[in-house]
Design a protein around this ligand. Structure first.
Ligand code: C5P
Length: 477
């Protein structure tokens, strides 16, 4: 079944969808789901379904929207750990949808979860026994936490409460859920749900970072209204269909999380010629940008890497375009549009010489150095931030030697990007040209500090954040 990102539809389509949904007493998601299932049944010929004039434009927009395969979970075993939060009720729908796609669900309820959903209802929908006790020696069906954790293809924690996440980050194993999570050798997907204040609490921020570093995958949380009246912010659990699509991204070998997405990455320095043999350059090695291009490609994205002059190999599965100057880089980035994702890592020279000498400039005895007149280079990131074809997710880097946060936030605003990854490039840190990096990620309303790690790990962590971003935005219908 195809999927679309409703948020990315144009305004006209969204309005038409809204009106049609209201007319039919359905939510927008339900309405789009119905339309897309018709699209599939009609062999993907939108005209047949949207015959009326009013629907011709939405039909085309929906047909042209990003369409990804619905996960086939045939025979896949999901161990679903349900935590104690109001969002636990959504797990009943999640279980149903996993089973509809051929997956098997084995539910584990924490003690707190049982205050929100009953083992009876969960077990009935899952068609399996519900597990909740760590020591259940009297139970002849007891199969133990090690087997439970190993007999699954994927572990899903939903809702993941602040407490469950803290336990996971701290390596606790004092109940069945935490013990399974400690004992597993399978991928783990976490769907957090908590009050926004708890989500933004420094302790949760630290735990999130630890879990990401440990390879745990996240889906959500989404922004919106909380169960508590009058509260809103980031903390709502991702919807079952979003969790399902995240499950598919991990479990279906043929469906990678960024399949169908197109990404542009810039990397390395630029060389701005002074004369035929001299140029203005910087110490950027291209290691970080190349690692990000590779990690995006590994996650299934189609990647175009626009690289300045570097001495490292271009990653495989990536289309690499080599350029020398900022203006060449600008042109190639422009040509590569449109894209879903753009990560501008290149250390583009801010200035170039106003006139490049045609011949090698001669040293003139006794006259001192010739002066160079410089002129500003185009700011590629800033142009993309204000471009008619602005990528859906635009990420910039900020190499700073002082006032990191202040400069990074100003850059986020000025360049019109979604995230800035700031790093301290003071010579003492050895980041420029070195192998490791310490990143702070700034978005419009939050910031997070990553621990020091090698540039490949920075790339993977960024790509995981990108995957989460799109998983939260995509509604499979
Ligand atoms: O302004 P500054 O060079 O510090 O900004 C850094 C960010 O902007 C990086 O993401 C870099 O790739 C991008 N940039 C650009 N074009 C320029 C200068 C910087 O794309 N001319």
């Amino acid at each position: 079944m195809p999927s679309i990102t409703i948020r990315n539809l144009d305004e006209e389509t969204k309005q038409a969808l809204r009106e049609r949904a209201a007319r039919n007493g359905r939510s927008m998601e339900e309405e789009a789901r119905l339309l897309l299932s018709q699209l599939r049944d009609h062999d993907k010929k939108p005209e047949a379904i949207f015959a009326s004039k009013a629907w011709s434009s939405p039909a085309t927009a929906i047909a042209n929207a990003q369409i990804t395969a619905d996960p086939n979970l045939d025979g896949k075993r999901i161990l679903l750990i349900i935590g104690g939060g109001i969002a636990a009720y959504k797990c009943l729908d999640l279980i149903r949808r996993i089973r509809e796609r051929g997956g098997k669900v084995r539910p584990v309820l924490t003690e707190a979860a049982q205050a929100f959903v009953t083992p009876l209802s969960v077990g009935a929908i899952a068609g399996d026994r519900v597990f909740s006790e760590l020591f259940d020696r009297d139970d002849e069906h007891d199969i133990g936490h090690i087997r439970l954790s190993r007999e699954a293809d994927l572990l899903v924690v939903a809702p993941a409460t602040a407490d469950l996440m803290a336990k996971m980050a701290g390596g606790h194993a004092n109940d069945l859920a935490s013990t399974i999570l400690m004992a597993t050798n399978k991928p783990v997907l976490v769907a957090p749900a908590m009050n926004p204040a708890m989500w933004n609490h420094p302790a949760t921020v630290r735990n999130r970072e630890t879990l990401r570093h440990d390879g745990i995958r996240f889906v959500g949380p989404n922004a919106g209204e909380m169960a508590e009246s009058g509260e809103a912010g980031t903390g709502r659990m991702a919807e079952p269909m979003e969790i399902l699509s995240a499950i598919g991204g991990i479990i279906s070998p043929d469906l990678k999380p960024l399949s169908g997405k197109r990404a542009i990455v810039t990397s390395g320095p630029t060389h701005e010629p002074i004369d035929p043999v001299r140029y203005i350059a910087n110490r950027s090695s291209g290691k970080q940008g190349h690692a990000i291009a590779k990690a995006l490609a590994d996650a299934g994205a189609e990647v175009i890497l626009v690289s300045g002059p570097v001495n490292i190999e271009a990653p495989r599965n990536v289309e690499t375009i080599h350029v020398q100057t900022a203006r060449e880089m600008q042109k190639m980035v422009e040509t590569a549009l449109p894209a879903d994702i753009a990560v501008m890592v290149a250390a583009v020279a801010d200035w170039r010489t106003e006139n490049t000498a045609d011949e090698k400039m001669k040293k003139q005895d006794g006259k001192g150095p010739a002066s160079l007149r410089l002129t500003e280079n185009p700011d590629i990131l800033k142009e993309l931030g204000h471009h008619g074809k602005r990528p859906k997710l635009l990420v910039g880097f900020a190499a700073e030697t002082e006032k990191l946060a202040e400069h990074a936030k100003a850059k986020l605003e000025r360049k019109g990007c979604d995230w800035i990854l700031a790093n301290d490039v003071s010579p003492s840190g050895g980041v420029m040209g070195g192998d490791s990096n310490t990143i702070r990620l700034f978005s419009k309303d939050s910031s997070e500090t990553w621990s020091t790690m090698d540039k490949q790990s920075v790339a993977r962590q960024l790509v995981n954040r990108i995957i989460e971003h799109f998983e939260t935005e995509t509604v499979t219908v």
